[in-house]
Every structure is written in structure tokens, then in C-alpha cells.
Design a protein around this ligand. Structure first.
Ligand SMILES: Cc1ncc(COP(=O)(O)O)c(C=O)c1O
Length: 357
């Protein structure tokens, strides 16, 4: 472990940085939506809000949710005053819903993989329940959009690239323009990304905590605004441009290559969520299960590798009723393999992990 411990400002993980604002249109919007009819909006939760609002207007007041989910998904559910219940998700992340009559069922595809429950749920969507598929982790998976159009789809783009915002749903809507505060916070968040990009690209080696705290505070402020209320309006034009200009095929290729490199390095040393990468999968991260997850996460942070937890459980989920969710929230760790990184970074992560185990 030579490249490191507190000595260098190189870091792996955390919010995406930007080195410039991409300005060559690259058909990125269509690449993600596969040309399907739909509407771009502020973020993933706003896209879900739009779907739930439509279902509510049709008399659907109950949503059946996976007991393994991200807190932000509850935001539109609560804002629309919907009833909700949770269903179990197995340690292999298979959904086991039991849809109440006339409900909406949310299916999350986790970490790049299409949920094993998808086929059966899609078949019966539109009868007793309406299926809503969350593609935030699988938007680059070739199998995400299914041919049958009986279900609703939405996704958030910001887990896969430096977009700051961006969400989409398969409803044909004409939304209002974004409010001023969303425009302002979008630019703050983009400024923070550029700031981080400039900081990391200066190869003077020294860690400058004041600079790091400055951009982290800007990121925190923009998150706070998004967490405070739902904004189901059009996204700011700059966000649309960024999404459109990203080379999503390159993103997919790099993520898959990094995953495979890391798997070769640590696949026999840790329990990974999947032991191979099917052709269509573009992974969100390299997900591992660890009994001593928290100390390992901390030791990795000591090497400036920031591995997120998916997810701290929202308090609305009764973890006594869902022991598998509790086990996952206590043991899963997502190692970064995104497009910012290459083989040397994977070697660095593997060495640091072996050190930390
Ligand atoms: C699976 C999943 N769905 C939806 C969301 C919400 O996306 P956004 O933050 O763009 O609202 C997230 C956010 O982390 C997520 O992980």
C-alpha cells in the first residue's frame, strides 16, 4: 500500500466531479430512453411523483414498496398522502410482493441487475395492480425496457454520471419550467462538481481540507433543497444538455471493465453480490457482503476510498418484520467502479480492501 494513507489527495468515490461542461450533443437522451415516449423531470423522485399522481387520479391510493429501498423514494409517497405497505426482499434481492387489490407495486432493480421477480410481475400488471419499475440502477442495462407497455417506468440519472439532477418517466406530460431555486441549486451543484474536478486535476499531491469542505458544503446544500420538497417540473436545460452529451456507451464499457478487473482481484477473497457479470448488466458498483462492514468501510475511507452503503434503512421500515433487509443494510458495501476509474484504481481498491479485511 504505497500510494497513500492521508498522503495524497487522490480519492475514489464520492460525488461525481466535472472537468468541463460537456458541449457536444451525443444523442444521450435517446440512448437512455431508447426513443420511448416519456418526460424528463428534476430527479428520480419527481418522476415517481408524476406516476403516483396519475395513479391517484385513477383511484389508486396504496403503494406496495420493497422493504429494501432508499429513503428518497418515500418522499413522493408521503407528499401525495398515499397509504403504503412493505414487502420482503430476499438476500439475493428478489422481490416478493403480495399486492393489495387496486394498488401500485414498486419494483426496484438493484445494482445493475434486472430483478428476478420482473417477468411475473410484468405479466399481471394492469389487472389487480399497476407495476412501477425503478430503473435508477439499471438504466444502462439493455434489458431494462420490456416490450410490453403495461407498466410504468422511471429512473434517476445521477447515480451513473455527473448530471447533478435528472429523472425520467414514461408518461407523456407537459411540465412547467423549473423554479428559480432549482436553477440556482443546479448551478451550485455543478459549480461544486467543477471545483472538485479542478482540485483533483491539480497534481500537487497535497490534501487541502478547506477546498474539500467548500465543495462538500455546496453538495450538501443542494441535497438539502432536493430533500425538502418534490419538484416535478422540467429539469434545467443545462441538465438536459449534460445528459444528452454523455457518451453512455463508454460509461457502460468502463463500468463493466472495472467490475471485471476488481472481481479478478478480490472475487475469491470476499463474498460478492454476484459471481459473474451477465452481458447486459452495467453495474452500479462492486457490491460485497461483509460481517465487519463498518470498520472496513472506515479503513477504506482512511485510504480515501469512499464506498457507499445501500441503504441505511428508512425508519418507516420495521426491521423486526424484515430481517433480510436488516441483514443487508448492516452488511452490504458498494465499492466504486464507475467510469472515472481505470485498472490502477481497481488495484488500489483491491490492495486497500485486503488491508482492511
Ligand atoms: C433506487 C433508487 N431509486 C430512486 C432514487 C431517487 O433518485 P433521485 O435522487 O434522483 O430523486 C434513488 C436515489 O438514490 C435510488 O437509489
Amino acid at each position: 500500500m504505497e500510494r497513500l494513507l492521508y498522503g495524497t489527495k487522490n480519492m475514489i468515490g464520492g460525488e461525481f466531479e466535472l472537468n468541463s461542461l460537456p458541449n457536444i450533443p451525443n444523442n444521450g437522451l435517446n440512448k437512455l430512453t431508447k426513443g420511448k415516449l416519456g418526460t424528463w423531470t428534476t430527479n428520480g423522485r419527481s418522476a415517481l411523483h408524476l406516476i403516483l399522481q396519475k395513479l391517484k387520479s385513477q383511484g389508486i391510493n396504496h403503494i406496495h414498496l420493497p422493504a429494501f429501498l432508499c429513503q428518497s423514494i418515500l418522499q413522493p409517497v408521503i407528499a401525495l398522502d398515499l397509504e403504503y405497505s412493505f414487502y420482503p426482499v430476499t438476500p439475493d434481492l428478489e422481490a416478493l410482493p403480495d399486492p393489495p387489490h387496486n394498488s401500485a407495486v414498486l419494483l426496484i432493480h438493484y445494482f445493475g441487475f434486472i430483478n428476478n421477480a420482473a417477468a411475473a410481475l410484468r405479466k399481471n400488471s394492469g389487472k389487480n395492480y399497476q407495476l412501477i419499475e425503478d430503473g435508477s440502477h439499471v438504466l444502462l442495462n439493455e434489458n431494462f425496457f420490456h416490450e410490453s407497455e403495461k407498466q410504468y417506468y422511471f429512473f434517476s440519472t445521477r447515480k451513473h454520471g455527473p448530471t447533478a439532477l435528472g429523472g425520467w418517466c414514461n408518461l407523456d406530460l407537459d411540465l412547467d419550467d423549473p423554479e428559480k431555486d432549482i436553477e440556482v441549486y443546479t448551478w451550485k451543484s455543478l459549480a461544486a462538481k467543477i471545483f472538485k474536478g479542478m482540485y483533483l486535476s491539480k497534481k500537487d499531491g497535497e490534501i487541502d481540507l478547506a477546498t474539500e469542505n467548500f465543495y462538500l458544503e455546496l453538495f450538501r446544500e443542494s441535497e438539502e433543497l432536493l430533500d425538502s420538497e418534490i419538484h416535478p417540473t422540467k429539469p434545467p436545460q443545462i441538465i438536459v444538455n449534460i445528459i444528452n452529451n454523455i457518451h453512455w456507451d463508454d460509461v457502460s464499457r468502463k463500468r463493466r471493465t472495472n467490475w471485471q478487473t476488481l472481481h479478478e482481484l478480490i472475487g475469491d477473497k470476499v463474498e460478492s453480490f454476484s459471481d459473474h457479470l451477465p452481458n447486459e448488466v452495467v453495474p452500479l458498483g462492486y457490491v460485497i457482503r461483509l460481517k465487519n462492514r463498518d470498520p472496513v468501510k472506515e479503513k477504506l475511507a482512511g485510504h480515501r476510498i469512499y464506498a457507499p452503503i445501500h441503504w441505511p434503512m428508512p425508519e418507516e421500515v420495521d426491521i423486526k418484520k424484515f430481517p433480510d433487509s436488516k441483514m443487508m443494510t448492516d452488511s452490504l458495501l458498494t465499492l466504486p467502479i464507475d467510469q472515472r476509474y481505470g485498472p490502477d484504481d481497481m488495484i488500489y481498491i483491491a490492495d486497500a480492501l485486503k488491508d482492511a479485511l
